[in-house]
Write a protein that binds this ligand. Structure first.
Ligand code: HMG
Length: 440
């Protein structure tokens, strides 16, 4: 069976940038270190007046198609993952295909198009759909375009406002991929949850603290489920572990939980025994609450150990760079975590060929998925071709007042006219709800 995975990726960030510790925190009367140290966020991307999920997705996809020398005839499937959709009938992929058809010869008439929704995990679910379609032999030699695009905005005054962001990730899924091969094995943790949801509303209703607990519970279940098919995991098996990153502080918690789980009954637990004792075992406690409290105490000590800190700095920290500069991209978030890690590896001159990643995706509502990826021989060329730093550096900084205007412009329930902050440069621009976007 041929290998299937991600052949190439591109990003498109919202063109505006908000400085969280220096612009946002002072107006909110908060300590800037809550952002930089607590949440792990420095800046957030916001879409200009003429940007939306369609234009960001189409611009990312065009960059990808141009770089890989593709035309519509090479694409048999366009899946868009988003939780910021504005149309309950027509999928965002049709709007994006309409944009792309303006600039390429040919059309996507014979491509299957859809829209995937399950909060942030929909980006990974779309990858899975494309993978399955190719593995089933239904692709007729064509590749799939997966686009994760979101404007992650919260009601003003909601604690989630600190974690906003906007951008798109376009990924080409193909046979014999140039970037990473996806594992057949997957693990899931999935339960009906109501801590983050948008029933007939644009901005989410969020119980932020509970959402963090739900994330960790589903992620642990997904890891256990993954191990039931792929065998026990161990921290040394994976070069990087990109997690869904609503903000880097969340990943600090997920990583500690993952390390504790992976080191149980291993050489690492043996090494740590003299320093912090062995991990609490459920059978040694009368109640689940007592056991959980003991685990929390163990993890408080575990995070101070040299073994954990070294592992975190090497395997997790490099996945967080883009996220700390753009905020939550919802469906694209775990995919910019993978990209961050591979850019860090390229910067360090690491040889990643054949190395494994463990990818932890998550979507509220709630579901986590764990799968592994194997880095391909041509990974470096792919990573060096993505212009993340240039795009992020080209963003235009906005004041707090500008931020409020932009937030209102992208509120579907308001109709306000605001001047553009930047000039479009040969890109797709938004021209009105439900209308064909143009290229300017
Ligand atoms: P909050 O009340 O603004 O912040 O809410 P906080 O007071 O809890 O502080 C945050 C952290 O900063 C804490 O760290 C503080 O201690 C620390 P922790 O104790 O958790 O390790 N802190 C400081 N550190 C240094 N110096 C200081 C300082 N002050 C505080 N001066 C919350 C935070 C995450 C709840 C809020 O931002 C929120 O509601 N966010 C939206 C929901 C969210 O992102 N949840 C994450 C899990 S769910 C998920 O990932 C899915 C999602 O992406 C959606 C989807 O799937 O579609 C959201």
């Amino acid at each position: 069976m041929t290998s299937v995975g991600i052949d190439a990726m591109e990003i498109w960030t919202g063109k505006l940038v908000l400085d969280l510790p220096n612009t946002f925190a002072p107006v909110k009367g908060e300590d800037p270190e809550k952002y930089t140290k607590g949440l792990g966020l420095h800046t957030s991307s916001f879409p200009d007046v003429y940007e939306d999920i369609v234009t960001m997705g189409a611009n990312a996809a065009k960059q990808l198609m141009d770089r890989k020398g593709l035309t519509p005839a090479d694409i048999g499937r366009i899946d868009v993952a988003t939780e910021s959709a504005f149309d309950n009938s027509k999928p965002v992929s049709t709007y994006i295909a309409g944009c792309l058809e303006q600039v390429y010869d040919g059309d996507f008439r014979h491509a299957n198009k859809g829209e995937r929704k399950f909060a942030c995990i929909a980006g990974t679910q779309s990858l899975d759909d494309a993978y399955n379609w190719i593995k089933a032999g239904r692709n007729r030699g064509r590749a799939a375009l997966v686009i994760a695009t979101d404007t992650a905005l919260y009601e003003r005054g909601d604690p989630g406002e600190a974690t906003q962001g906007a951008g798109a990730v376009a990924m080409l899924i193909d046979e014999d991929p140039d970037l990473v091969e996806l594992s057949t094995e997957q693990g899931y943790g999935s339960m009906d949850e109501t801590d983050f949801l948008k029933p007939n509303q644009q901005f989410p209703s969020v119980d932020g603290k509970r959402s963090m607990q739900v994330y960790l519970a589903r992620m642990r279940e997904a890891l256990e489920d993954y191990e039931s098919v792929a065998g026990r995991t161990h921290p040394d098996l994976f070069e990087y572990i990109p997690f869904h990153t609503p903000f880097p502080g969340m990943v600090r918690k997920a990583a500690l939980l993952g390390f504790r789980h992976m080191t149980r009954d291993t050489d690492i637990e043996d090494d740590l025994e003299a320093e912090i004792g062995r991990q609490p075992r459920e059978e040694d406690f009368e109640t689940w609450d007592d056991y959980e409290e003991a685990i929390r105490g163990y993890m408080d000590e575990l995070k101070t150990t040299e073994q954990y800190r070294e592992w975190y700095g090497r395997v997790i920290e490099p996945t967080l760079d883009i996220s700390s500069r753009v905020g939550n991209w919802y469906t694209g978030s775990v995919h910019i975590a993978r990209l961050s890690a591979l850019i860090a590896a390229a910067d360090e001159g690491k040889d990643m060929t054949g190395k494994s990643l463990l990818v932890g995706s998550y979507g509220s509502g709630a579901q986590a998925e764990i799968h592994a990826e194997t880095v391909q021989e041509t990974w470096l060329d792919e990573i060096e071709a993505v212009d993340v730093d240039d795009q992020l550096a080209a963003r235009t900084e906005i004041s707090f007042d500008d931020y409020e205007l932009i937030h209102d412009v992208h509120n579907h329930e308001k109709e306000i006219e605001v001047e553009e902050f930047t000039q479009p440069e040969a890109e797709f621009v938004f021209t009105g709800w439900g209308r064909m976007n143009e290229r300017r």
